[in-house]
Design a protein around this ligand. Structure first.
Ligand SMILES: O=C(O)CCC(=O)C(=O)O
Ligand SMILES: [Fe+2]
Length: 228
């Protein structure tokens, strides 16, 4: 399941993030933080994690996703990896097909996170660069994403994915992983579908005995499946 989250960051937050990311001294070769398989195909840059600017950026993105009800419903988050930041440009253009590690250490808050879901928050507008499509291969085929600045996508941590070469301009993004209270993607998807349809049903017919009963079904399934 891919979920497009619109306007996770406000235009003001995008502008703040971009101005913090303009400090050249903060950027490192992305390969230093890749495992053996990924290092071969990783040709991008990543923000050093231990600076005042990086901590401000991490807090900004983490707060933005936490206030988004769609993020909560789709991810049912238990733990967030501290948001990281990357940059692609013709000098360091791409991240070829790879899989993310199943369990990763989030250094800023010293915790291990099982990577049930991956999230990319786009910080550059699509017209500012050519290429740079987040391309996700899953059991339903191949999906290419290039979203407006401030939007994000949630996708299964289990997928093979890549970022195609940027041939003009700069692609800035934040990316991180989420450990979910509901580990299995099928269960998460069923809960998300139920939640979203109930929301619409309530808008259409108001609160009825049936919407109440189905809300009970939602919570009882969550009770069965969640490990908070
Ligand atoms: O830049 C992106 O959208 C994804 C980055 C990524 O897949 C990674 O760093 O593992
Ligand atoms: Fe990745």
């Amino acid at each position: 399941m891919l979920v497009h989250l619109k306007g996770v960051l406000t235009p003001e937050e995008v502008a703040t993030a971009r101005s913090l990311l303009a400090d050249e001294s903060l950027w490192r070769d992305g390969r230093t933080s890749a495992g053996a398989q990924a290092a071969v195909v990783k040709h991008n840059e990543q923000l050093a994690q231990d600076s005042v600017a990086a901590r401000r950026l991490q807090a900004l993105v983490a707060a933005a996703v936490r206030r988004d009800p769609l993020f909560f419903s789709a991810a049912l988050p238990r733990r967030l990896f501290n948001p990281l930041f990357n940059r692609y440009r013709p000098e360091a253009p791409a991240y070829g097909p790879h899989v993310d590690g199943a369990v990763l250490h989030s250094r800023a808050d010293d915790q291990w996170v099982r990577t049930d879901l991956s999230c990319t928050v786009f910080l550059s507008d699509p017209q500012d660069y050519d290429g740079g499509e987040l391309t996700i291969h899953d059991t339903y085929g191949t999906h290419r994403l290039k979203l407006p600045a401030g939007d994000a996508v949630l996708y299964p941590g289990t997928s093979v994915h890549e970022v195609t070469p940027v041939t003009r301009g700069v692609r800035l993004a934040s990316f991180f992983w989420i450990e979910s209270m509901v580990r299995h993607e099928t269960q998460r998807r069923l809960l998300f579908e139920l939640d979203m349809n109930l929301l619409q049903l309530r808008q259409q017919v108001g609160e009825t005995a049936q919407t109440l009963a189905l809300t009970g079904v939602y919570h009882n399934l969550l009770r069965l499946w969640a490990t908070p």
